[in-house]
Design a protein around this ligand. Structure first.
Ligand code: CUA
Length: 316
């Protein structure tokens, strides 16, 4: 199984270019390192022989081979640097080529400690989700990143390099995934107590699969009579002050959009797997699970929190 969070197993054009530059640097610098060792070995061997012969002293500038060695070494350094310059220039051109094929816009806003993710649908509408990014394989997605609070950094190692997320400044990173699969992204800049719990699941899908997912995300939340009690608690209670559930009265902005919460793989930005128990635990004791989170504990009776969790788990 390929690792889901490794830059050494690139699954996207941008990560592949960067990996190629890294490999080139390793080869060039490795060869130079071996050349330095070889020069040293030869110099030591010659010095020892000369001392044994009581020949010319080592410091003599006219020592045979010194000048030739310096010229050869300069040529090797220039050749190595030229290879690195050309390699990184080609990689930069490759990344610029991806930019020209840009075809999908995704807006990512970093919060302490989660990711707001918004897509523009083919109809020109914006659809919001959180902590789970879906991308179509073989197409370039332009990711516009911004921050709602402090400096973060978006990093999905198998797909592309890091992009700093800076308050008051829009940054852009292009991602062209090559392989269908699940990957893990992370925050790459220390941003407070729960920096380590600021992950995002990334799903690279076929064009058709991505289209189906986006259409499903764009739809409003369903209403299930079996969880109507929970729906009342969540959409009319304190949850609605911070969360939006499209198709209901809940339209709060500070927290993640919960319209299709149960379709995601994890909750609280990768801190917990998606399950009924985790949802209920998160409602009742968020600070025990993720100390410092802005999510307040919701004062509910056990019967009410059961019902609320059952409703949230129905939001597929
Ligand atoms: Cu956000 Cu570290």
């Amino acid at each position: 199984m390929t690792p889901v969070q490794s830059a050494l197993f690139p699954a996207g054009d941008q990560a592949a270019w960067q990996f190629d530059v890294l490999a080139l640097m390793l080869w060039v610098c490795g060869a130079m390192y071996l050349a330095v060792l070889a020069f040293l070995a030869i110099a030591l061997w010659r010095g020892r022989r000369r001392r044994a012969d009581k020949d010319t002293p080592l410091s003599d500038p006219a020592a045979p081979g010194l000048e030739r060695g310096l010229i050869a070494w300069s040529a090797i350094v220039v050749a190595g640097l030229t290879v690195l310059v050309v390699g990184s220039f080609l990689a930069d051109r490759g990344l610029a080529g991806a930019r020209a094929r840009e075809s999908l816009t995704v807006r990512v806003t970093a919060h302490q400690w989660w990711w707001r993710i918004a897509y523009r649908t083919p109809d020109g509408l914006w659809v919001e989700t959180a902590n789970e990014m879906h991308l179509p394989v073989g197409r370039t997605a332009r990711i516009e990143v911004g921050s709602a609070d402090v400096i973060h950094s978006l990093w999905i190692p198998p797909l592309a390099g890091k992009m700093d997320v800076i308050p008051g400044h829009a940054n852009v990173i292009d991602i062209t995934p090559r392989r269908v699969g699940w990957y893990r992204g992370t925050c790459g800049e220390f941003c407070g107590a729960q920096h380590a719990h600021m992950a995002l699941d990334v799903r690279v899908d076929t064009a058709a699969g991505f289209g189906r997912w986006l259409a499903a995300q764009a739809a409003p939340a369903g209403h299930d009579a079996a969880v109507a009690g929970g729906e009342r608690i969540v959409t009319n209670g304190p949850c609605a002050e911070c969360h939006t559930i499209r198709g209901t009265a809940a339209a709060g902005r500070p927290g993640p959009d919960l319209t299709h919460l149960a379709s995601r793989r994890s909750i609280a930005a990768g801190a917990l797997p998606m399950s009924l128990g985790a949802l209920e635990g998160w409602i009742v004791q968020p600070n025990a699970l993720k100390p410092g989170t802005n999510m307040p504990a919701v004062a509910l009776t056990p019967v009410q929190s059961d019902a609320a969790a059952a409703y949230l788990a129905s939001l597929k």
